[in-house]
Design a protein around this ligand. Structure first.
Ligand SMILES: [Zn+2]
Length: 260
């Protein structure tokens, strides 16, 4: 909407209510109608990746665009240049840090077959990560490509940070050996009997409707460190339909008292 000074100062507008005012009913209904589209499914990829949790978390951070690259630090008004400290040529966003920097180009040229190198370097960040996690180019390795890719971007970020901290640029041959050794280890574990043994049991839980004709009241609270507390609740029938809701400011309170 274009600026319209004659309509008065800007104000916060809640888009799920025609009057622009927040209420719990509209928040609840907006969540009920939220559907996962194809793009949202990309968020499942890091958690489906077979390997250490630390690398899964790293991939998830990348999909969110949350790595603290120089471009990101600059965007947050931290007094640094946004230029890549390794090549000193381009702004360092995530794609530059783990794919496009001239200092690591030879590594990807070594990993990716020549017939795929052009398209490999053309997609945007999320599409690039998703395509590699799903091995869109069907890159054929003895190790699975998604395994190599996950380890590669994780280690490239490590070596980028190593350069910043130690001031020493490691050659691509060393990085290649490092990536392949770690990917081999993960691959061996994935195909061994260790990965077949259940390490944990998944339990799915969620809201259960009450039997007809009962209604169910669910409540929750929150409490800040300084003591301010609030509570809210929702009443739903046996079909899960909204009946009523509440939100209230409790004032100064402890976590336990707010729960009570
Ligand atoms: Zn660079």
């Amino acid at each position: 909407m274009p600026p319209a000074p004659h309509l008065g100062p800007d104000r916060v507008y809640w888009c799920f209510n025609p009057r622009g005012l927040f209420n719990i009913r509209s928040a609840y209904e907006s969540l009920c109608h939220h559907n996962l589209d194809a793009q949202d499914k990309a968020w499942n990829l890091p958690w489906a990746w077979k390997g250490p949790q630390s690398i899964r978390l790293f991939i998830w951070q990348i999909l969110h665009g949350k790595l603290k690259t120089h471009s990101e630090l600059y965007r947050r008004n931290i007094p640094v240049s946004d230029v890549c400290v390794r090549c000193g040529v381009s702004a360092e966003d995530i794609l530059h840090a783990v794919r496009d920097c001239s200092c690591i180009k030879s590594l990807w040229l070594r990993l990716v077959p020549a017939c795929h190198q052009l398209s490999f370097c053309q997609s945007n960040l999320r599409a690039w990560v998703a395509a590699n996690m799903q091995n869109k180019w069907r890159i054929d390795y003895e190790l699975h490509w998604d395994c190599i890719f996950g380890v590669a971007i994780w280690r490239l970020w490590f070596w980028r940070n190593h350069f910043i901290m130690a001031g020493k640029l490691v050659d691509s041959k060393t990085i290649y050996s490092d990536i392949m050794a770690r990917a081999s280890e993960i691959h061996r574990i994935n195909i061994s009997h260790l990965s077949q043994q259940p390490r944990h049991k998944e339990i799915f839980f969620g809201w259960l409707p009450p039997p007809w004709p009962w209604c169910k009241l669910n409540t929750d609270d929150s409490c800040k460190n300084i003591g301010e507390a609030g509570a809210n609740g929702v009443i739903r029938n046996s079909f899960g339909n909204w009946i009523s809701g509440l939100s209230m400011n409790i004032g100064e309170s402890s976590v336990i008292m707010a729960e009570l």
